[in-house]
Design a protein around this ligand. Structure first.
Ligand code: PLP
Length: 360
């Protein structure tokens, strides 16, 4: 059997070209006689890999010189603790709750200080992004936290919140490199790479230099201090070397595709095919406010849980995998990250049309 169209929310589809290249280099990475998995993270070959990866990411996102790029482990979830441990000087932070991931991050931060939930969309099962133009930002808040793209619910901030001068911290796990971004608007941008960039095991943290200090909460482990990793250029201890290598290949792939402007155009084109179909369908419907729709994660339902299950099962048999919605929402979800080809979305819509005809 060949490759399927994989709509998984994460770990998720990677560009086929990248996987082929990695396969070609598996036994002998460019004349080193070994796999990247087998080489020292202090070797010249690996130093070139991590340096190029960082530079390519800087080029893609236009990351200014006063920001560090860190390749860390522990997933996005570990950042839920690392952020307050490093940033909570006043032990106060404001969180905007737009889904399970923001909720978890806020709960974790509560272990370290006072958390103000200054906005939430939980009243309507996180199906929209609240108006964040004039929120009651706390005067002594160390930062304002958002989850920019809500992987489970399928919403995205189209406009960043007005933080009234406070540092913005954003979890971009599921929209990393999906469109151009103005890094200067953030204090920290971070994300697990397994949604839109690479294999699980790497989390990338882009952090403004003034936020990297020794003045962290008492008891903060060395490994959870940003300064440790910034000073050592992500090589304080053994980094997730193979994962970084694949991320580097994906950065080169995005560059070759035309960069983030081109990614945005491609992602908008893909999402439009699916959303346009949902908007006229008499069987399927999207579940979130139109203005807040994500380009990456598209949840939809038929309104009948048995029919939903039938759809997921038959789609799988047709080579369209991982369309089951998150267990907390039900229904279906198509994650159409950077590496999902346009043809994959067209195949999904064609299948939905056929299913609609057969089941109406
Ligand atoms: C998947 C996801 C997480 C959790 O990532 P882990 O790497 O598994 O900890 C956090 N935030 C968002 C937005 C996600 O999509």
């Amino acid at each position: 059997m060949g490759r399927v169209y994989n709509f998984s929310a994460g770990p998720a589809v990677l560009p086929e070209e990248v996987l082929r290249e990695a396969a070609d280099e598996m036994l002998d990475y460019r004349g080193t006689g070994m796999s990247v998995m087998e080489m020292s993270h202090r070797s010249k070959a690996f130093e070139e890999i991590i340096t190029a990866a960082e530079q390519d990411l800087r080029d893609l996102m236009g990351i200014p010189d006063n920001y560090k790029v860190l390749f860390l482990q522990g997933g996005a979830s570990q950042q839920f603790a690392m952020i307050p441990m490093n940033l909570m000087k006043n032990r106060v932070a404001d969180y905007i709750i737009t889904g399970q991931w923001a909720k978890k991050a806020a709960k974790e931060a509560e272990k370290y200080g006072k958390v103000n939930r200054i906005a939430s969309s939980e009243d309507k099962t996180f199906s929209y992004i609240p108006d964040c133009s004039d929120l009651p930002v706390s005067e002594d808040a160390d930062y304002v936290y958002i989850c920019e793209n809500n992987t489970i619910y399928g919403t995205k901030f189209k406009e960043l919140p007005n933080t009234k001068g406070k540092t913005l911290v954003a979890d971009v796990s599921s929209c990393f490199l999906s469109e151009p971004v103005d890094v200067t608007k953030y204090g920290i941008i971070y994300g697990g790479v397994q949604k839109n960039i690479g294999p699980a095991g790497v989390v990338i943290v882009i952090i403004r230099e003034d936020l990297i200090t020794e003045d962290v909460l008492p008891g903060t482990p060395t490994m959870l201090t940003y300064k440790t990793h910034a000073d050592a250029k992500s090589l304080y201890n053994t980094p997730p070397a193979y994962g970084i290598y694949i991320c580097g290949k994906v950065f080169k792939w995005i560059k070759a595709m035309g960069g983030l402007e081109a990614m945005k155009e491609r992602n908008e084109k893909k999402a439009k095919v699916l959303y346009d179909f949902l908007d006229q369908s008499s069987l399927f419907k999207g579940t979130v406010a139109k203005a807040d729709r994500s380009l990456m994660n598209v949840p939809f339902v038929t309104g009948d849980t048995e029919l939903d299950a039938k759809f997921v099962k038959e789609a799988k048999a047709a080579g369209l995998e991982n369309l089951k919605g998150h267990r907390s929402v039900g229904g279906m979800r198509a994650s159409i990250y950077n590496a999902m080809p346009y043809e994959g979305v067209v195949a999904l819509v064609d299948f939905m049309k056929k299913f609609e005809e057969e089941n109406l």
